[in-house]
Structures are given as structure tokens and as C-alpha cells.
Design a protein around this ligand. Structure first.
Ligand code: MN
Length: 196
């Protein structure tokens, strides 16, 4: 049984003008697809073939001899999650249960947005920034390269991909503009609320 690459949960132009069709074509159709292809190749003839993706990640997370499998499996999972975290006309101040949680754990949306943007800008090199549930509270977390909170037993609610391939075609070196637009115009708070 192979790990599959699902279609994006929206049309390729749905995130314009903040994330272009061209970026999604490369990011989903080449980068994400590439991780899926590489993972399936690496899993062949291992006992992990046919296991759910999250199990593969957890079983290889602390095993240096299987870091290639971990890296590709984690990148497949991270991207699947990232696509769901965005939608057309998203972003801005949320409603629903996440609004209450942000107020309780960050003193509100503004403080959360500030911390999330600061972490995203501050992640050196490739990686991801997350909103996770840690010890029963919301927290912002940075991970490097392919690393993922689910390898650390944490529940994820939101992520932004800060690898250059996520924004370079649209923003070149201006990672901060990509992050601002993600927070202001793209976050799918309905998805976040569905996870709480
Ligand atoms: Mn990516």
C-alpha cells in the first residue's frame, strides 16, 4: 500500500494573490509530490510499508539509521497539514473556541499573531512554525527542516511552512511579507476550530 498525494483542498488559484498558482504548482506538484515518491521508494522492502503515516513518523523519529524515512514521512505529513491550514478569504481575528483559547493562553489574538510571526521570521533556515497544544495550553513552536510536533507527542492546530520553496517565487527574500499575508489573509480558522 502506497502513501498517496491527495489533491489540494481548494483550486490552485484560491490563495491568489498571496500564494500564486505557480507556487502551488511547484510546492504541491513537485516538492510535496517528491517527498511522497521518495518515501514510497524508501519504504519498499521495509516492515513499515503499509503502516499509517503517523506511525511511520513516530517509529523512525529517534532512529538515526532511518532518518531518510523520517524526513520524507514528516515532510509528507507536514505538507498535508499545511494545505488544510489555509483557505480563500481566511486569516484575521478568529471566532469560535479558538478565540477563547487564544484569549486564555496568549492574552488574545494580537499577542498570538505577534508571537507566531516573530517565531516564523526567526526560524533560521528551513523549517516550520506551529500552534500546538502542550501541557493543556496553546503554544507556538518552531521545528527545523522536516521535524514535526507529532514526533514529540504534541497535538498540532496550525502550521506555516517557512522553507524558501513555500514563498520564494512570490516574495523572494521577503519572508516577513509572506508571513504577514498568511496570518492576515490565509489562516483557515474553521479548520483550527475543527481540531479543538
Ligand atoms: Mn514545503
Amino acid at each position: 500500500m502506497l502513501i498517496r498525494l491527495p489533491e489540494l483542498p481548494y483550486a490552485k488559484d484560491a490563495l491568489e494573490p498571496y500564494i500564486s498558482v505557480k507556487t502551488l504548482e511547484f510546492h504541491h506538484g513537485k516538492h510535496h509530490a517528491g517527498y511522497v515518491e521518495k518515501l514510497n521508494d524508501l519504504l519498499k522492502s521495509t516492515p513499515l510499508v503499509g503502516e499509517p503515516l503517523e506511525n511511520i513518523i513516530k517509529k523512525t523519529a529517534k532512529d538515526a539509521s532511518r532518518s531518510a524515512i523520517f524526513n520524507n514521512a514528516a515532510q509528507v505529513w507536514n505538507h498535508l497539514f499545511y494545505w488544510q491550514c489555509m483557505k480563500k478569504n481566511g486569516g484575521g481575528i478568529p471566532s469560535g473556541e479558538i478565540a477563547n483559547k487564544l484569549k486564555a493562553d496568549f492574552d488574545g489574538y494580537d499577542k498570538f499573531a505577534e508571537e507566531f510571526k516573530k517565531a516564523s521570521l526567526g526560524q533560521f533556515g528551513s523549517g516550520w512554525v506551529w500552534l500546538v497544544v502542550k501541557d493543556g495550553r496553546l503554544a507556538v513552536m518552531k521545528t527545523s527542516n522536516a521535524d514535526t510536533p507529532i514526533a514529540h507527542g504534541l497535538k498540532t492546530l496550525l502550521t506555516i511552512d517557512v522553507w524558501e520553496h513555500a514563498y520564494y517565487l512570490d516574495y523572494q527574500n521577503k519572508r516577513g511579507d509572506y508571513i504577514d499575508n498568511y496570518v492576515r489573509n490565509l489562516i483557515n480558522w474553521d479548520f483550527v476550530n475543527s481540531l479543538i
